[in-house]
Design a protein around this ligand. Sequence first.
Ligand code: ARG
Length: 460
Amino acid sequence: MKLWQGRFEKPISADADAFNESLSFDKKLLDVDIDASIAHATMLGECGILTKEEAALICKGLNDIRADVAGGLAVAGAEDVHSFVEGELVARIGDTGKKLHTARSRNDQVATDMRLYVRKSVKAATSALKELIEVLLLRAKESARYVMPGFTHLRKAQPIGCGQYFCAYCEMFLRDLERFEACGKRLNVMPLGSAALAGTSYPIDREITQRLLGFDEISQNSLDAVSDRDFVAEYLFCASLTMAHLSRLCEDTILYTSDEFGYWTIPDEYSTGSSIMPQKKNPDLPELVRGKTGRVYGHLMGILTMIKGLPLAYNKDMQEDKEAFFDAEYTLLSCLSIYAALMQKITLDPNAMFEAAGAGFSTATDVADYLAKKGVPFRDAHAATGKLVRYCLEKDKKLTTLSLEEFRTVSDAFEEDILTAVTTRASAEGRNSVGGSSREAVKKGIASVRRRLKKLTSEE
Ligand code: ARG
């Protein structure tokens, strides 16, 4: 029997019922739905809208349902999670159960449930991000003395400290963590008490339910409160940007572990093979994470599109927020967790990275800087070094093994010290500016990430 059957002569047809139902997926809200109902019933009791005994009976019934579901009771046979809980309650405690829905609608109920649920999901996302950052910080620390190529346009650009590489991702994930925390703060506003759309004539006390449910604020417009899913869109945006960052790390992983690069190795336990080519060791996990990024973006687009045409206030379109959200949440958390494991297990090849860092004339900027520091205007220094690179290309030579005479063919400013001043390691080590690639700068970078991470997670 439907909660709304009274007005109808005939029952809903089976196909319409199956199409309309949400219990198959919104049963994930069962716990928060019971939390919100207990708070609502308690408030009704304290305000004298129900007797204290009625409220207590309802709360006990609700707790029993929670325990029974945890013990294996099937959540089935109702239109949605709200109807399921109410149906179970009435079956257990009789007519008193029918009073739970006083001064409430499924519209403010589902809006409240979703906020409570997303609030928990935000916490799960921030702790998963924290774990990943911790792993990357460790990698940064232990690889601080390694030098690797830094790229622009995926062409070798300048040698960099390996620690700086890992810290770059720490910065991205730290911003994601910060964004999720802000999202969590903004969503902590309680819609309960807005009823269907216009508020209620019962003398409810919204501060009681606010306190019981741990909301920071109470919504100030019931029309908006029941139809606001901005927080779902916001979570999905935070998740999308996190996935974008993960996906970039995946791309690097796939490149760096290829034969062509050979900087990192993925251990066997985190690799896969080919059913036909016996020699293959494939980076399926990073590829999958990169692939799943699109699916999270898709959910964000879905929600934004769902919201944009809704006339005030509640519309059933909003039921679509759930599957999108649950799938994005699962995808995000599983990707963060597998990547934390993967980054922990990956092995680095310092020699391969160092050798690669010195190739491709990657110290050319340092040669130009050498000249500029001897008083040659940088633009002229750049042109002279460019000529040297051309010379090396023609003669199949390296910048690091030229003789002083060869250097001096492009500029008189070169002196004996050029033969020792420009090396791969000195190049990375020389960039000591704040946020730069030297070991000293990276040490400070790691400390700075740690400080901000601590500050963010201690505020929770
Ligand atoms: N399953 C519905 C949803 O997720 C619950 C709210 C139903 N409200 C209504 N007026 N039909 O949105």
